[in-house]
Write a protein that binds this ligand. Structure first.
Ligand SMILES: Nc1ncnc2c1ncn2[C@@H]1O[C@H](COP(=O)(O)OP(=O)(O)OP(=O)(O)O)[C@@H](O)[C@H]1O
Ligand SMILES: [Mg+2]
Length: 264
């Protein structure tokens, strides 16, 4: 009698959930992340994260070292494998898409640590960012646009990236990402290791880009104050979970955030 029930419950546990039949919780948003789980062997870095981002928003995730921030961005971009959950971009299921196809679909990741091609010039780095575009005229026009946003890069265009300052390298990493005309940029710690004035400059540019270029931005950052100031909405992550959500202003005022992340 009970064995039938038992079998059914075991089967339902191991059968893949038919995702196309399940409406994601954040349906209608530009980016919909539902119950995302990522494990590195025995370590569960993301424990079932769900959120949505609307077009035009600047959304930040703040959290301590090891909270899972980079894992979140890397798994959206399929650089890290997802253990469970789903990701939809503009209504399309990209959960199991390859990184290359995700870039082509309009998402670009600027990874942690400003990874530019050190031995290539600024110009060549920007060319690398345009690898999904065939038309040289489009690439050149895009480059000029980048030089108007990041004026310092224009003066350094023939210089090897290795010779740029940390802030200039971060600008180059962002400019390179913008070369593919993404509609969503994933930014991993744009302020990491930069002097306060440079962090401010970078965040000003991020806000400008979002407004002028119609780009939606999802960023993760340890510099909570700067990130929250620049964001329309923000999430606090702790050990692979979202523990708090609100507008940038709300979180700046939250006692928990002030104590834990703003050092007040
Ligand atoms: N490749 C990996 N193999 C094993 N464990 C990993 C790997 N990458 C990350 N982790 C672990 O997963 C957890 C989340 O790491 P993650 O890099 O996402 O954190 P983070 O919030 O970006 O931290 P930080 O602010 O230091 O950049 C950590 O416990 C980390 O040690
Ligand atoms: Mg990180």
């Amino acid at each position: 009698m009970t064995s039938g029930f038992k079998l059914a419950s075991i089967a339902s546990k191991f059968m893949p959930r038919e995702k196309s039949m399940v409406k994601p919780r954040n349906a209608g948003m530009m980016l919909e992340v539902d119950d995302l789980v990522v494990s590195y062997g025995a370590i569960k870095a993301l424990k079932g994260i769900s959120f949505g981002i609307a077009k035009g928003e600047i959304v930040s995730f703040i959290g301590a070292n090891g909270a899972g921030k980079s894992t979140l961005l890397n798994s959206i971009a399929s650089i890290v494998e997802k253990s469970a959950g789903s990701v939809f971009f503009e209504g399309r299921n990209i959960t199991h898409s390859k990184t290359n196809d995700i870039v082509k679909s309009g998402i670009c990741l600027v990874p942690e640590g400003r990874r530019v091609f050190a031995d290539l010039t600024v110009d060549e780095n920007l060319d690398m960012g345009a690898y999904t575009i065939d038309d040289k005229k489009v690439i050149d026009a895009r480059k000029e646009e980048m030089f108007s946003i990041f004026e310092i890069l224009k003066a350094r265009r023939e210089q090897k990236a290795a010779t740029l300052s940390g802030g200039e390298q971060q600008m180059l990493a962002i400019a390179r990402a913008l070369m593919s005309s993404p509609r969503l940029i994933l930014l991993d710690e744009p302020g990491l290791g930069l002097a306060p004035l440079m962090v401010e400059a970078i965040f000003r540019i991020i806000s400008d880009i979002s407004k002028k270029n119609d780009v939606t931005i999802l960023l993760v950052e340890q510099n909570a104050k700067m990130a929250l100031k620049a964001s329309t909405r923000a999430f606090v992550m702790e050990s692979g979970n979202i523990v708090l959500e609100g507008s940038g202003d709300e979180l700046l005022k939250s006692e928990k955030v002030r104590k834990a992340y703003l050092g007040e």
